[in-house]
Every structure is written in C-alpha cells, then in structure tokens.
Design a protein around this ligand. Structure first.
Ligand SMILES: CC(C)(COP(=O)(O)OP(=O)(O)OC[C@H]1O[C@@H](n2cnc3c(N)ncnc32)[C@H](O)[C@@H]1OP(=O)(O)O)[C@@H](O)C(=O)NCCC(=O)NCCS
Length: 247
C-alpha cells in the first residue's frame, strides 16, 4: 500500500471512489464526489495535501484539504484549514486504512504550517487521529448557539499555540455547498456515472418532508415519482397532494 499525491489522471477514479464510499451513508445517494470535482478549481484547494492511497494499482482511499477561516469574536477573520471528503473504498473500510491515510495527511499538513483544523465528522473515528470537540477550543459552529457542544463539530490544533485562547465561529467554505447552490450542474454530473439506487437507511442525517416536516426514515415514508422512483423530498401524504395542485 502506498500513499501519494493525486494526479489529474486519477481524478475520475477518485471521484468514483468518493461516490462509492459515501453512497447512502449520510443521505440517500451522496454529493461529496461533486464537491471534490468542483473543489480542484477552487483557490482554497491545497494540491500539496491531496492524497490517494493505492494498493495493487487500485486507488482505495483519498483525502483533500482546503483553506478555511474562523470569524473571531471581534469580527476579524483568522486563517484556518479544513479537510474532506475523506473516503475509503467500501471493500476496505474498517481495516485501518482510513486512519493510516489521515495520520499521513496530518503529518504533511503540519509540516507545511497548517496550525488548526476543524471539520464535521464522527468523533468515534477522528478521536484516533487527535480530534476532539471544537467547543473545547471555543470554536463555535455557524447556526448553532455559542454555548452548545456540537457533537459532530471537531477540531485539532496541529501546531501547539496556533489557536491559543481565541474564540470564534466557523462556517465551512462555500466550496462544500456546490451541490445545493448549483443543483442543475450536480444533476448533470451525477448522470455521468452508472445508475445507483438511493435509499433512506438508518444512521443517515435526519431527513424531513419539505412540506409538512414529517421525519422520513425509510423509503416507504416518501412519495413516489411518476416513474416509480422514491421522491426523498416529500412524504407519501404531501407528495400526491402537491402533484394534484401542480396539474
Ligand atoms: C470514515 C472512514 C474514512 C474511516 O476509514 P476506515 O478505514 O473505515 O476506518 P479505520 O479502520 O481506519 O478506523 C479506525 C477506527 O476508527 C473507528 N471508526 C472508523 N469508522 C467509524 C465509523 N464509521 N463509526 C464509528 N467508528 C469508526 C473505529 O474505532 C476504528 O477502529 P475499529 O475498526 O477497531 O473499530 C471510512 O469508513 C469511509 O470512507 N466512510 C465513508 C465516507 C465517510 O464517512 N467519510 C468521513 C466523512 S466525515
């Protein structure tokens, strides 16, 4: 197994890996492969911290980093960094590869002066690489009350003293929201991959009907499109009514 920098010839393979890795994990389908696809043109993207993990000529892991910032309590922007998506191929998950890749990348990041990282993730994985709740460093998450301990918002000072005793609020860079801000481009991009079934499965982020707010926890809670596919935006009660109103 080797870890090396990503090259342009890897791009499609890595985006496919990201799609396979994230598919139905946090939501029906996923968006992370499009985030990565668009990020490589973003000035915040850090090519020196864009790693693939390769085994027997096949790419089984990937992670990318981005510049970010934290807004301090006095309103000034403080330079920081974030990372993700990080992906391990579904065949290779829970065999220690993800942690190896992340620890390698963190070492390289520290070496080029990355002093502080914060991101959203599962502490059960990231604690093995030194991450803890960002609230312990007085870094708050945008849209959440400053006093709340956001369980999925994590941080780590890579260079001791870089953050110090400051206090501030983090909002992920705009590059992470491209699928929401450009849904048509995302749809066209997704259509360039082989069809994969989307499903609501336990463990995903909470999904709600966009009309009545009912929690959507399984495919049968959702409406059905004319072609029989699941409509993950509306529940089985609101969707037929919306279809009638739209006629
Ligand atoms: C998350 C991910 C990168 C972890 O890589 P991995 O190779 O599967 O994880 P590792 O085997 O290196 O895990 C090291 C330890 O972290 C913990 N861990 C890993 N993934 C975990 C998860 N999803 N939930 C809880 N704990 C987890 C475990 O304690 C594991 O040790 P164990 O196998 O002895 O239980 C990988 O599973 C993945 O690509 N997942 C889908 C995409 C994703 O969620 N990316 C992260 C977005 S924040």
């Amino acid at each position: 197994m080797i870890i090396r920098l990503e090259q342009p010839k890897d791009w499609r393979e890595v985006e496919n890996l990201t799609r396979e890795s994230f598919w139905n994990v946090y939501r029906p389908g996923c968006q992370e492969h499009f985030v990565l696809n668009q990020f490589r043109n973003n000035p915040s993207f850090i090519p020196k911290l864009d790693f693939v993990m390769e085994e027997d000529g096949r790419i089984i892991g990937h992670v990318m980093f981005s510049k970010a910032e934290i807004t301090l309590t006095d309103g000034t922007a403080f330079p920081s960094w974030t990372f993700g998506p990080i992906s391990i191929h579904p065949d290779c998950k829970r065999k220690g590869y993800g942690l190896k890749l992340l620890l390698h990348a963190l070492g390289k990041a520290r070496a080029i002066g990355v002093g502080l990282l914060q991101m959203e993730g599962n502490i059960d994985f990231y604690k093995h690489a030194g991450f803890d709740l960002a609230s312990k460093l007085k870094i708050h998450y945008h849209g959440e009350p400053a006093e709340s301990e956001v369980p999925y918002f994590l941080a780590q000072e890579l260079i001791p003293g870089y953050w110090g005793d400051r206090e501030g609020t983090y909002c992920p860079p705009a590059g992470y929201f491209v699928a929401e801000t450009n849904p048509e481009a995302f749809k066209a991009y997704e259509a360039s991959f082989p069809l994969k079934e989307k499903h609501l499965v336990p463990g995903q982020l909470p999904q709600f009907c966009q009309s009545c707010g009912m929690p959507l926890t399984k495919d049968d809670d959702c409406g059905r499109n004319a072609d029989g596919s699941v409509n993950f935006d509306y529940c089985q009660y609101c969707f037929p009514m919306l279809k009638r109103w739209r006629k």
